[in-house]
Design a protein around this ligand. Structure first.
Ligand code: SF4
Length: 430
C-alpha cells in the first residue's frame, strides 16, 4: 500500500504529518511519488486564516479529482473547525480533527473495509488534557521537535485555541527520549515547535520552557537549537541568559508583534504594550550578538484607522526586525474580532499589506547585507537546479553553487551579494 501526504500550515503540522507517516510505515505502507499513485492520500489542513481554509478545501478537492480510487483522509485544524464542510466534499473518506491522529492507520483500515462509508472522528478538543504522543522521524535536514500543543490565550482574532484546545506540554522524559534518537541520527539542527511554546510547562509541576530547552541541549547536544515563535512576554530572563551563555542556542527569535499601535494591541487582547516590546528588542540587540528578530504583523484589524496604521508602520520602522510576516486581518468565525464593528475594507487591507511587505523587504535586505564580504556557516538544506541553500544561525538564507555538497553538512560560504530572500556566495575553504 502506498501513501501520500499533503501538508498545509505551520511547523507543528509538518511535525504531525511526519509522525503520522511513521505510523503508516510501521504498518507496512510505503511512500507514493505523487497523489495519483497513492492508495491513501492524507491532507493535513490549516485554518489560521480564511485563505488557509480555502487552500485546504482546494487541496482536498484536487486530491479527490486526481485520484478517485484512493482512501482520502482529511485531518488537522481545518477538519476540526469545519468538519461538516469537509465531510460534504465528494471523495472524502475519513475526517479526523486535531485529536486521534494516533488512530489514523486503524481508521484508514476501517475505511478500506467499509468502502463508500465515511469515517468521522472529530471530537471536542476542550477536554483534552494530555499531550498526544506520536512516534516521529524527521524527513528534513532540520529536525522539528514538538514539545507542546494548544493555547489558553484568547487573542481576539485567533481561531487556534478553538481547534487545538488547552495547553498540553510534553513530558521532559518524552522530549529526552526523542532527543536521544535525533542525536544518534546525527541531526545538527533542532527546531522547538508548538502552538504556544512560551506556555510550556504550565500544566506540569515546576517545569518551564527553559527546562525543555536545557533538556534538549543536554540530551541531543545539537550544533544548533532554534526556538520557534515565542510571545515577547514569555521570553524570560532565564531564557535570555541561556541565549547569551550557550552558543548552541541560535541567535534568532521570532516575537509576534501583530500591531505597533497600543490601541489595536488592546483590542486584539495582546498582553503587552509597544513600550514593553521595544524594551525587550533593545535588550536583545544589546545583549545577544547579531541576533535576528522576526515578527508577525496583522494589518487591517477592525478599528485600525489610517492614523493607527501609520503608528504601526512608524513603530516597525524603528524596530530591529530582520523579517516581518504580514497577514491581512482575516475574520474567523467564533472569534471576538469577527464580531467587532469597524471592519476594514478588503482593498484597504490589501494596500496596507503591500506597504508592510515593502518595509519588511527593506529590513530583510538591510539585515542580510551586513553579511556581504563575510564568511558564514550554513547547514546545507536543499539542492535545486545546481544551487544549494541553507540557513545561518541567525536565520539568513544563503545560496551557494552545488559543488557536490552533501545535504545536512556544515558548509562555510563567503557572501558576495543579496539574492532572492537572502544572500548568495561561494564555498570558502578558509
Ligand atoms: S497566543 Fe494568541 S495568537 Fe497565539 S495561538 Fe494563542 S490565541 Fe492564537
Amino acid at each position: 500500500m502506498k501513501i501520500f501526504f499533503v501538508t498545509l500550515g505551520c511547523k507543528v503540522n509538518q511535525y504531525e504529518s511526519e509522525a503520522m507517516r511513521k505510523l503508516f510505515e510501521a504498518a507496512g505502507y510505503t511512500a507514493a511519488e505523487e497523489i495519483s499513485a497513492a492508495d491513501v492520500v492524507v491532507v493535513n489542513t490549516c485554518t489560521v486564516t480564511a485563505v488557509s481554509s480555502q487552500k485546504s478545501r482546494q487541496m482536498i478537492r484536487r486530491a479527490a479529482n486526481v485520484n478517485r480510487n484512493c482512501i482520502l483522509v482529511v485531518v488537522g485544524c481545518y477538519a476540526q473547525s469545519e468538519p461538516q464542510v469537509v465531510s460534504a466534499i465528494d471523495g472524502v473518506d475519513v475526517i479526523i480533527g486535531t485529536k486521534d491522529r494516533t488512530r489514523i492507520v486503524e481508521l484508514v483500515e476501517a475505511a478500506f473495509a467499509k468502502r463508500g462509508e465515511k469515517i468521522f472522528r472529530v471530537g471536542n478538543v476542550d477536554d483534552i488534557r494530555d499531550f498526544e504522543e506520536l512516534p516521529h522521524t524527521p524527513h528534513r535536514t532540520r529536525a522539528f521537535l514538538k514539545i507542546e500543543d494548544g493555547c489558553d490565550n484568547r487573542c481576539a482574532y485567533c481561531i487556534i485555541p478553538n481547534v487545538r484546545g488547552r495547553v498540553r506540554s510534553r513530558s521532559l522524559e518524552s522530549i529526552r527520549a526523542e532527543c536521544v534518537e535525533l542525536k544518534s541520527a546525527g541531526y545538527k539542527e533542532i527546531v522547538l515547535t508548538g502552538i504556544h511554546i512560551g506556555a510550556y510547562g504550565r500544566d506540569l509541576r515546576g517545569v518551564s520552557l527553559v527546562d525543555a530547552v536545557q533538556t534538549v541541549l543536554d540530551a541531543a547536544d545539537p550544533l544548533r537549537l532554534r526556538l520557534g515563535s515565542i510571545e515577547s512576554a514569555e521570553l524570560t530572563d532565564e531564557l535570555i541568559d541561556l541565549l547569551k551563555r550557550d552558543s548552541r542556542l541560535c541567535n534568532h527569535v521570532h516575537l509576534p508583534l501583530q500591531s505597533g499601535s497600543d490601541e489595536i494591541l488592546r483590542a486584539m487582547r495582546r498582553p503587552y504594550t509597544t513600550k514593553n516590546f521595544s524594551e525587550l528588542t533593545a535588550r536583545l540587540i544589546a545583549e545577544v550578538p547579531e541576533i535576528s528578530i522576526g515578527t508577525d504583523l496583522i494589518v487591517g484589524f477592525p478599528g485600525e484607522t489610517d492614523e493607527l496604521f501609520a503608528e504601526t508602520l512608524n513603530f516597525i520602522r524603528e524596530q530591529p526586525f530582520s523579517k516581518i510576516h504580514v497577514f491581512p486581518f482575516s475574520a474567523r468565525h467564533g472569534t471576538l474580532a469577527a464580531t467587532l464593528p469597524n471592519q476594514i475594507a478588503p482593498q484597504v487591507k490589501k494596500s496596507r499589506a503591500v506597504s508592510a511587505v515593502e518595509l519588511s523587504r527593506a529590513k530583510s535586505e538591510n539585515f542580510s547585507s551586513r553579511l556581504i564580504g563575510r564568511t558564514v556557516e550554513i547547514i546545507a538544506e536543499t539542492s535545486t537546479d545546481g544551487i544549494v541553500d541553507g540557513l545561518t544561525k541567525n536565520y539568513v538564507r544563503v545560496y551557494v553553487p552545488d559543488v557536490g555538497i552533501k545535504l545536512g553538512e556544515v558548509v562555510r560560504v563567503k557572501i558576495e551579494r543579496l539574492h532572492a530572500d537572502g544572500v548568495f556566495g561561494k564555498i570558502s575553504c578558509a
